[in-house]
Design a protein around this ligand. Structure first.
Ligand code: C2E
Ligand code: CA
Ligand code: CA
Length: 747
C-alpha cells in the first residue's frame, strides 16, 4: 500500500513526464508544420510564379514570332523577341536550378525553339522568303511551345500536389496538436483533481496527527515516556502540575515516580512483563500507575491518575455502607460480616441484642429529630460504656432502636455482666435537648457456639431472646431451648386460636379492683383465658401477642367485648356495683369498625357503658396521640369510662395527658413490684399519684402482692388496688364470693 505522500509524488512525477513528452511531441509537430509552411512559401510558391512567368514569356515569344512572320519587320520585332528570349532564358535557368535537373527536357525543347526561330529568321530575313518553310517552322514552333507548356503544366501540377500534401500534413499535425493539447488538459485536470484529493486527505490526516500529537500534551492525567533504560524522554504538562500541587520540585519529573520505580522497572523487564498496574502515595495524593512495557519500540509508557478523590469517595462509601448514619456505629452489615468471620474462625462469643422499650413513642410524640438524637446519644452511651468495661466488646446499631454488642469471651457469664452494666448505666437519664429520658432497655443474649451453629440462627435466637425480654419490659433474657420451642410454638398457637374461637375455649376471668382504703370491691378487670383441648390454661401473655401479630385479636377482642358487656349487664342486673374493666389491644383500638362494634355490642347486651371501663395502654395512645384522643373522645361520648393501662412506661407528655379524656391511670406493675425497697420506684409512683390527683383522675395500682406495697399506696392516696394480695383472676363466681382469707381486711 502506497503512502499518501508517495501517491502525491507519483502523481506529480507522472504529470511532469507526460507534460514533457507532450511538449516534445508538440514541438516536433510544430517544427514539421513550420518546415512544410516554409517549403510552401520559400520553394513551391516561387517555383509556381517562375513557371507562370516562363509560360507567359513563351507565349509572348511565340506571338512575336508570328508578328515577325506577318510583318517581316525584323527591326521592329526582333529586339522584342531577343528581350523575351533573354527573359525566357533567365526563367529557364532558374527553373533548372530550382528543380535541380529534374526538368532536363525543357532546355532541349528550348534548343529546338531556338533552332526553329533561327530558321524562321533566316528565311524571313532572306531575300527570297520561303513562306511554306516559314509556316512549317511556325507550326513546329507552336508544337514545341505546346510541349513546353505541357511540361510546365505537369510541373505546376506536381508543385500543387506537393503543396496540398504539405497543407494536409500541416492540418493533420495541427489537429494532432489540438487533440494532444485537449487530452493533456483533461489529463492535467484529472491529475490536479487526484492530487487535490490526496492533498485534502493529507491535510486531514496531518490535522488528525497534529490533534493526536496534542493528546498526551493536553491529557489532564500525567503521562511519561521512558526509553528502555528508564530515561525520561517525554512528560506532559500534567506531570508538572501534579508536582506543583503536592508542593514538590516540578522541574524534577522523577519526583512523580513511586519509590523504587527504576529497580522494579528492571525487574519487570527481565520478567518480560508487558503491563503493570500499581498504586502509590506521592505526597498526600493517591496515584494509580499503569505501565506499558514496549520492547519492540524500546520504550515504556507510564500513565498516571490522581485517584485521591475517588479513593476518598470509595472509602466514604465503604464507611457509609458499613456504618450507621446517626450513631457512626458499625451497622448490621458489618455485624453480619464480623459474626460470619468469627464463626468461620470458630471463635466463642456472645451477642447481646438491646432494644429501647417503646422507642416508637419518642418519635411519635417528639418527632423524628428527637428520636434520632436519642438513638445517637444512646449509641454514644453504649460505646463509652463498652470502652470502660475493658472487655473485648464491639457495639453495633442494627435498626431503629436496636443495638447489638458482640462480646468476645469464652465465659458466658461475662455477657450477663455486660448486660447488667448497661442496665445500670440507664439509671442516668439520657438528656436530649430539653428532655430527660429514663429509658428502659430489653436485652436478649445468645452464645456461639452453644446456642446456634450459624449466623442466621444466632441472630434469630438472639432476637427471640430479645422479643421475650421486650414482652416483660426492662429485662434481660438469655436464650435457651425453651425460648426456641416457644418461638416454634407460634404456628400451633395461631391455628389453635382459630379452633378455640370455634370451640368456644376462651373464657373471661375476673380480678377484683378494691378500694385502697376500705378494700371493698369497686370494680374488676376481665382477663382472657384459653383452656386448651387438654384442659391446660394458656396465659394471654403467650397468645395475645400472637393474636396481635396475626390479626386474630380483632375476633378475639370482639368476643371479649361481647362477653364482658354481657357480664357487666349481669352485674347491673344483680345490683352489683362493679365497674368492669376490659382490655383493648392496639389493633382493636385502631380498627375502623371499633366504635361500631362497641355500639352493636351495647345494643345487643343492653349493658350500661358507664359501668364499663376500657383499658388502653399508654404506649398505644402515644403512637398516634392526636388520633387516639379523637377516638377516646368518641368513646367518652358513648358513655364509657376510660383508663390508661401500664401508665409510666409510655412517655406521655404532660401536655398530652391533660388532653386525654380519661377517668383513671393504672400504675404499671413494674413500679409496684419493688415499691418497698426501691426509692426511685417510690418516687415515680408518688409522682404518678399526685399527678393524677392534680388532673382529677383516679389511680389504680396493679400487681399489688404485699401488704407493704398496699400500705404505701394507701398512704399516698392511691384510689384502687388490684393484685394477688386481694384477688387472683378467677371465674366470676369466685369474684363475688371470694374464698376465705383471700381479701384481707384493711389493717
Ligand atoms: P394487664 O392488662 O397488665 O393485666 C394484668 C396482668 O397482671 C394480668 O396477667 C394479671 O393476671 C396480672 N396480675 C394481676 N395481679 C398481679 C399480681 O399481684 N402479681 C403479678 N405478678 N401479676 C398480677 P394476665 O392475665 O396474664 O394478662 C397479661 C396481659 O394480657 C394483660 O396485662 C393484658 O395486657 C393482656 N390481656 C389479658 N386479657 C386480655 C384481653 O381480654 N384483651 C386484651 N386485648 N388483652 C388482654
Ligand atoms: Ca389491663
Ligand atoms: Ca397493666
Amino acid at each position: 500500500m502506497l503512502t499518501l505522500s508517495t501517491r502525491i509524488w507519483t502523481s506529480f512525477i507522472t504529470v511532469l513526464t507526460v507534460g514533457l513528452v507532450m511538449s516534445y511531441v508538440i514541438t516536433q509537430s510544430g517544427n514539421m508544420v513550420n518546415h512544410t509552411t516554409q517549403n510552401l512559401v520559400m520553394v513551391q510558391l516561387p517555383r509556381l510564379a517562375l513557371i507562370k512567368r516562363l509560360r507567359a514569356s513563351l507565349t509572348e515569344h511565340e506571338r512575336l514570332l508570328y508578328e515577325y512572320y506577318t510583318t517581316t519587320n525584323r527591326d521592329l520585332v526582333w529586339p522584342k523577341i531577343m528581350a523575351r528570349e533573354k527573359e525566357f532564358n533567365h526563367y529557364l535557368a532558374n527553373i533548372s536550378d530550382s528543380f535541380a535537373g529534374k526538368v532536363m527536357s525543357l532546355p532541349k525543347l528550348y534548343g529546338e525553339i531556338k533552332l526553329l526561330r533561327d530558321s524562321l529568321d533566316k528565311n524571313l530575313g532572306g531575300t527570297q522568303v520561303d513562306w511554306d518553310q516559314a509556316r512549317f517552322d511556325l507550326a513546329n514552333l507552336t508544337l514545341t511551345g505546346q510541349s513546353t507548356e505541357n511540361i510546365l503544366i505537369a510541373l505546376t501540377d506536381t508543385i500543387q500536389k506537393e503543396a496540398w500534401q504539405g497543407a494536409e500534413s500541416t492540418q493533420e499535425q495541427i489537429s494532432n496538436i489540438f487533440y494532444l493539447v485537449i487530452s493533456f488538459t483533461v489529463f492535467i485536470i484529472l491529475a490536479a483533481m487526484l492530487v487535490g484529493y490526496y492533498t485534502q486527505v493529507n491535510i486531514k490526516k496531518t490535522a488528525k496527527r497534529r490533534a493526536l500529537a496534542k493528546f498526551p500534551e493536553r491529557n489532564p492525567n500525567p503521562i511519561i515516556n521512558l526509553n528502555w533504560q528508564g530515561e525520561i524522554l517525554f512528560s506532559n504538562p500534567a506531570c508538572r502540575q501534579l508536582l506543583t500541587n503536592i508542593g514538590a520540585d516540578s522541574d524534577n519529573i522523577e519526583n512523580i515516580l513511586p519509590p523504587g520505580f527504576f529497580n522494579n522497572l528492571k525487574k519487570w523487564q527481565q520478567e518480560h512483563q508487558s503491563q503493570m498496574n500499581f498504586d502509590a502515595l506521592i505526597g498526600d495524593r493517591h496515584i494509580h500507575y499503569s505501565l506499558s512495557l514496549l520492547p519492540d519500540l524500546g520504550s515504556c509508557h507510564l500513565y498516571m491518575e490522581d485517584v485521591t478523590a475517588r479513593e476518598k469517595a470509595q472509602a466514604q462509601l465503604k464507611y457509609q455502607a458499613l456504618h450507621d448514619v446517626h450513631t457512626g456505629l458499625p451497622n448490621r452489615r458489618q455485624f453480619e460480616d464480623i459474626i460470619n468471620q468469627k464463626i468461620g474462625e470458630n471463635d466463642s462469643f456472645s451477642v447481646l441484642f438491646i432494644d429501647i422499650d417503646r422507642f416508637k413513642l419518642i418519635t411519635s410524640s417528639q418527632g423524628y429529630h428527637i428520636g434520632d438524637l436519642t438513638i445517637k446519644y444512646m449509641g454514644e452511651r453504649l460505646q463509652q460504656l463498652c470502652g470502660n468495661l475493658q472487655k473485648h466488646v464491639q457495639t453495633f446499631r442494627l435498626e431503629a432502636s436496636t443495638f447489638c454488642i458482640i462480646i468476645n469471651a469464652l465465659d458466658q457469664a461475662i455477657s450477663l455482666e455486660v448486660a447488667q452494666a448497661i442496665q445500670k448505666s440507664m439509671d442516668e437519664p439520657l438528656c436530649v435537648k430539653d428532655h430527660r429520658y429514663y429509658l428502659n432497655l430489653s436485652m436478649g443474649i445468645c452464645h456461639y457456639p452453644q446456642d446456634a451453629n450459624d449466623a442466621r440462627s444466632l441472630i434469630t435466637h438472639g432476637n427471640a431472646a430479645l422479643n421475650h425480654a421486650q414482652r416483660q419490659g426492662d429485662s434481660c433474657e438469655v436464650y435457651d431451648d425453651k425460648l426456641h420451642s416457644a418461638q416454634q410454638n407460634w404456628l400451633p398457637i395461631e391455628s389453635g386460636m382459630r379452633m378455640a374461637l370455634e370451640k368456644q375455649q376462651f373464657a373471661l376471668h375476673y380480678q377484683a379492683k378494691v378500694d385502697a382504703q376500705t378494700t371493698n370491691i369497686k370494680g374488676a378487670e376481665a382477663l382472657i383465658r384459653w383452656q386448651a383441648d387438654d384442659g391446660t390454661l394458656i396465659s394471654p401473655g403467650v397468645f395475645i401477642p400472637v393474636a396481635e401479630q396475626t390479626g386474630l385479636i380483632i375476633q378475639i377482642g370482639q368476643w371479649v367485648i361481647e362477653e364482658g358487656f354481657r357480664q357487666a349487664k349481669r352485674f347491673s342486673d344483680q345490683k352489683q356495683d362493679i365497674q368492669l374493666a376490659i382490655n383493648i389491644s392496639a389493633r382493636q383500638f385502631q380498627h375502623r369498625h371499633f366504635l361500631q362494634q362497641l355500639q352493636i355490642a351495647l345494643e345487643q347486651t343492653q349493658a350500661d357503658p358507664s359501668k364499663i371501663e376500657l383499658e388502653i395502654t399508654e404506649s398505644l395512645i402515644m403512637e398516634n396521640a392526636d388520633h387516639s384522643i379523637s377516638i377516646m373522645k368518641k368513646l367518652k361520648d358513648m358513655g364509657f369510662a376510660l383508663a390508661i393501662d401500664d401508665f409510666g412506661t409510655g412517655y406521655s407528655s404532660l401536655s398530652y395527658l391533660k388532653q386525654f379524656p380519661i377517668d383513671s391511670l393504672k400504675v404499671d406493675q413494674a413500679f409496684v413490684k419493688h415499691l418497698e425497697n426501691d426509692e426511685d420506684d417510690k418516687g415515680i409512683v408518688s409522682a404518678i399519684v399526685s399527678l393524677a390527683q392534680h388532673l382529677h383522675l383516679k389511680t389504680i395500682a396493679e400487681g399489688v402482692e404485699t401488704p407493704g406495697q398496699w400500705h404505701f399506696l394507701k398512704e399516698l392516696g392511691c384510689d384502687y388496688i388490684q393484685g394477688y394480695l386481694f384477688s387472683k383472676p378467677d371465674v366470676v363466681s369466685r369474684l363475688i364470693k371470694p374464698a376465705d382469707g383471700q381479701i384481707p381486711k384493711p389493717m
